[in-house]
Design a protein around this ligand. Structure first.
Ligand SMILES: [Zn+2]
Length: 85
Protein backbone atom coordinates (compact mmCIF):
# COMPACT_ATOMS: atom_id res chain seq x y z
CA UNK A 1 0.00 0.00 0.00
CA UNK A 2 1.55 3.26 -1.09
CA UNK A 3 1.43 5.63 1.79
CA UNK A 4 0.67 9.26 1.23
CA UNK A 5 1.91 11.48 4.03
CA UNK A 6 -0.32 14.47 4.57
CA UNK A 7 0.82 15.72 7.96
CA UNK A 8 2.09 15.12 11.47
CA UNK A 9 0.48 15.28 14.89
CA UNK A 10 1.23 14.40 18.47
CA UNK A 11 0.61 10.77 19.35
CA UNK A 12 -2.06 10.53 22.06
CA UNK A 13 -0.70 7.14 23.11
CA UNK A 14 2.95 7.88 23.82
CA UNK A 15 3.23 11.63 23.33
CA UNK A 16 5.58 11.39 20.36
CA UNK A 17 5.27 14.76 18.63
CA UNK A 18 5.65 13.65 15.02
CA UNK A 19 3.26 10.76 14.52
CA UNK A 20 2.51 10.47 10.82
CA UNK A 21 -0.86 11.22 9.31
CA UNK A 22 -1.37 9.58 5.97
CA UNK A 23 -4.15 8.61 3.63
CA UNK A 24 -5.24 5.05 3.15
CA UNK A 25 -6.11 3.61 -0.23
CA UNK A 26 -9.59 5.08 0.02
CA UNK A 27 -8.26 8.57 0.71
CA UNK A 28 -9.26 8.46 4.37
CA UNK A 29 -6.77 9.99 6.78
CA UNK A 30 -5.21 7.79 9.46
CA UNK A 31 -2.48 8.18 12.04
CA UNK A 32 0.53 5.98 12.52
CA UNK A 33 3.05 6.52 15.27
CA UNK A 34 6.53 5.21 14.41
CA UNK A 35 7.49 5.40 18.08
CA UNK A 36 4.87 3.18 19.72
CA UNK A 37 3.36 1.75 16.54
CA UNK A 38 -0.17 2.84 17.44
CA UNK A 39 -2.49 3.27 14.49
CA UNK A 40 -5.76 5.11 14.25
CA UNK A 41 -8.04 4.80 11.27
CA UNK A 42 -10.88 7.19 10.54
CA UNK A 43 -12.34 4.89 7.89
CA UNK A 44 -14.18 7.78 6.35
CA UNK A 45 -16.06 8.83 9.48
CA UNK A 46 -16.54 12.63 9.12
CA UNK A 47 -16.31 13.29 12.86
CA UNK A 48 -13.09 11.33 13.25
CA UNK A 49 -11.58 12.96 10.16
CA UNK A 50 -12.43 16.43 11.47
CA UNK A 51 -10.82 15.69 14.84
CA UNK A 52 -7.73 14.21 13.25
CA UNK A 53 -7.25 17.13 10.90
CA UNK A 54 -7.82 19.57 13.74
CA UNK A 55 -4.73 18.27 15.51
CA UNK A 56 -2.69 17.67 12.40
CA UNK A 57 0.11 19.88 11.12
CA UNK A 58 -0.20 19.62 7.36
CA UNK A 59 2.77 18.77 5.21
CA UNK A 60 3.55 21.59 2.81
CA UNK A 61 3.79 20.34 -0.72
CA UNK A 62 5.13 21.88 -3.88
CA UNK A 63 7.82 23.98 -2.31
CA UNK A 64 10.91 22.76 -0.55
CA UNK A 65 10.64 23.09 3.20
CA UNK A 66 12.55 26.25 3.90
CA UNK A 67 11.46 28.22 6.89
CA UNK A 68 14.44 30.53 7.01
CA UNK A 69 14.33 33.31 4.44
CA UNK A 70 17.49 33.91 2.48
CA UNK A 71 19.36 36.74 4.09
CA UNK A 72 20.53 39.13 1.39
CA UNK A 73 23.70 40.98 2.21
CA UNK A 74 22.70 44.40 3.26
CA UNK A 75 24.50 47.06 1.33
CA UNK A 76 24.41 50.63 2.42
CA UNK A 77 25.09 53.61 0.16
CA UNK A 78 28.71 53.84 1.27
CA UNK A 79 29.58 50.13 1.16
CA UNK A 80 31.01 50.36 -2.35
CA UNK A 81 33.63 52.84 -1.18
CA UNK A 82 35.24 50.30 1.11
CA UNK A 83 35.37 47.28 -1.18
CA UNK A 84 38.74 45.58 -0.77
CA UNK A 85 40.54 45.39 -4.06
ZN1 LIG B 1 2.99 6.81 19.89
Amino acid sequence: MAKKLIGHMACPECGFSDAEVGEDKNGHPYRHCPDCNAQYFTRGDPGRIAKLKEKMRPVKTGEPAQDLPATPKKRGALDGLFDPK
